[in-house]
Ligand binder design. Structure first.
Ligand SMILES: [Zn+2]
Length: 295
């Protein structure tokens, strides 16, 4: 208790004379004390993207879940999607966003999760993201109506080369790698991985190049992204508002809002193989949240 009294007095003084670093620090300290390690009550039971700040047992805690860093990045990336998707020709100026998991107090719900194993153990498999996917599922994060967006506090053994990795209904971004990019590029990286989490690329899309999940041409999902493109399916022929019969369209995913009347669930289609009216091979080499491909 003794420790608490000083910051509270400082805080009260600082509120009277405006914000300061100390005040911000006190707020973060308090938030760390109140951290929750489980998914909190949801505002609704709609499909949504849930953010997790994930550390290994030996990763320094930079408090990115409570100091606003993750929240700001997640919200800005989502605002970018609204803007960039509106520019896709068939959008006719109407953009979409991901539905995010918010707390009852309207803040983004971000779970803090520290593994019991060190970074070395997680990096001992060929696809460390798969290890993390399995880990969070065993920790109880396996809601079939959520995409898990996991911001990892350390890099894979590949260093800054590997910014992120995704499967259907989940994705990872490795924070030190992301921090070696510019702010704009970080936002692109988050969106790139979130778009993968929707099952993109779709093999029935015209410019899809198969197993890698990427597409031909200048695109946020492009195989050769020169300077990280923000273009979202500029010809509407591959994954977004494409009008290809019996082929999934990301704009109609249940995770996007405004939500299409004939929406579909990437988890059902790619993980449970309930492909409904789609006639394509839902095989994914990079796995689903309940069957990550550990190599
Ligand atoms: Zn990719």
């Amino acid at each position: 208790m003794k420790k608490l009294i000083v910051p509270i007095i400082i805080l009260m003084t600082l509120i009277a004379c405006g914000t300061s670093e100390e005040e911000a620090q006190a707020i973060v300290d308090k938030a760390v004390e109140e951290r929750v390690v489980e998914d909190q009550s949801d505002v609704n039971d709609d499909y949504q993207v849930h953010y997790i700040y994930f550390l290994a047992s030996d990763t320094p805690d930079n408090r990115l879940d409570v100091n606003g860093w993750i929240e700001k990045l997640a919200l800005k990336a989502n605002a970018d999607l609204l803007y960039w998707s509106a520019l896709s020709p068939n959008s006719k100026g109407v953009g979409q966003q991901f539905k995010l998991d918010y707390r009852l107090d309207s803040k983004l719900d971000i779970t803090f999760l520290r593994a019991t194993v060190p970074e070395k153990t997680i990096n001992s498999v060929q696809v460390p993201a798969s290890y993390i996917f399995n880990y969070i599922r065993k920790a109880g994060f396996d809601n079939s109506r959520k995409v898990y967006a996991i911001l990892v506090g350390f890099n894979t053994y590949e260093g800054n080369v590997k910014g992120g990795e995704a499967g259907t209904a989940l994705m990872t971004v490795f924070i030190p790698a992301a921090n070696s990019y510019s702010q704009d590029e970080r936002e692109v990286l988050i969106l790139h991985e979130l778009i993968h989490s929707q099952g993109v690329g779709f093999t029935c899309g015209k410019r899809d190049i198969g197993q890698s999940g990427h597409i031909q041409g200048n695109d946020i999902m492009g195989e050769n992204r020169n300077g990280m493109s923000r273009i979202i399916d500029e010809f509407n022929d591959t994954y977004y508002r494409h009008n290809i019969q019996e082929c999934p369209d990301m704009s109609k995913s249940v995770y996007l809002t405004p939500t299409a009347e004939d929406s579909w669930d990437p988890y059902e289609v790619f993980c449970r193989r309930n492909t409904g009216g789609f006639t394509f091979n839902p095989e994914k080499f990079y796995g689903c949240k309940d069957s990550p491909a550990i190599k």
